[in-house]
Write a protein that binds this ligand. Sequence first.
Ligand code: NAD
Length: 479
Amino acid sequence: MTSPFEYAPAPESRSIVDIKPSYGLFINGEFVDGHGKAFKTISPATEEVLAEVAEADEADVEKAVKAARKAYDKVWGPMPGRERAKYLYRIARIIQERGRELAVLESLDNGKPIKESRDVDIPTVAAHFFYYAGWADKLEYSGFGSTPLGVAGQVIPWNFPLLMLAWKIAPALACGNTVVLKPAETTPLTALLFAEICQQADLPPGVVNIVTGAGDTGRALVSHPDVDKVAFTGSTDVGRAIAKAVAGTDKKVTLELGGKAANIVFDDAPIDQAVEGIVNGIFFNQGHVCCAGSRLLVQESVAEEVLDRLKRRMSTLRVGDPLDKNTDIGAINSAEQLARIRELSDIGEAEGAGRWSPACDLPSNGFWFPPTLFTGVTQAHRIAREEIFGPVLSVLTFRTPSEAVEKANNTPYGLSAGVWTDKGSRILHMANQLRAGVVWANTFNKFDPTSPFGGYKESGYGREGGRHGLEAYLKGGVK
Ligand code: NAD
């Protein structure tokens, strides 16, 4: 079925961003050349090279940690909370002012639709800085003391580049820590623009340092002996390697890892709203979402109706230019990620699940994958167990609430879940039974800086966001 709607292209202009041909590292308040090589960052929608970025080696990481330590000892640590708050408020306001620039750059470097970077990512980034600015002079009421840890080494993934940066940097600075942050190698540009924002906000040198690079740079950062706190968001495999690397040291660690969330639709759910929630759950951000509702569990009696309506809705999704304001699904972030999505989808088909995608024309350059669903999926299928991290939905059915709970919890992960039902009592029952850090009821993928987020089991440990998010950056916290 082709889309019944036709729109004229409505691309956002990219003239607002000024991408430099090459970027250095942001250390001690200024951009400096790295000792190592450089790597290219590309637009995944066109494969156009956007810029060359320095790859920090051990000596660069050493320099960045030294700058952060000095800033912690001399300036940021001793600074009263109410003064730190002023900087955080200033950063939050500049993010709002430069919101369009940040959104366009994020969509260019990451491939996500402009309507998401503009309406979700960047406003939530600003909200995080505003929220934690408010905590900076009230830490004594946090329940975790008010003594910072020191230097935080932070490593983040590519799916929400600036939002993950905000989740890491805002609480760390509010609590009085200084940071060295490593963005993902495929999406360094908004972190480097954030570095310019730190300069614009007159943040004291060394309080925020940004070292770009890939796994080796991340490894050098998390294993640096003068880092007091490691905060990591990324895959469970790398999370495991980091847990090993810091075992036996005094470093505090938080790990935000992968997920395989169940989105559970009961037969009394408002079906149209549930279909919107399913679409939002798995196709938002091309499915590159740790808490994506990648397993649809639908009650058998309504399965046919839900699938019919879901297919109709999927046929209206527009895949294409991330900068087009009508685009619903943008580009897959990298060739590597596309290969993984293809491989797991092919395995799903080979294992006997029914594969379906709406007809859609994919651009010839860049990395693309159509919205896809698999029916007849069983719990033994790899597409039901492994994180695909793409726009691919596995559909399973259930008959009773206890079967839904059993299937939903049958995963090594435990990050999030969704429940769709008319009954409040059932929502409460399910929320108690599901082993997931976040349970959304009759909605999905809602984020707010006041609300803690984090996982159980192989989805990691520690919480980000809300009052709980302060615990990771204060000495009074348990971890
Ligand atoms: P990844 O683990 O491959 O990389 C994450 C970051 O770690 C990157 O910056 C990478 O350069 C760095 N890295 C790689 N090897 C390292 C090492 N040995 N030591 C230190 N750093 C290293 O993950 P990814 O592919 O970038 O991101 C996708 C994953 O992130 C998915 O599994 C997703 O579920 C997860 N994720 C989780 C959350 C959450 O809050 N739980 C949020 C977003 C993404």
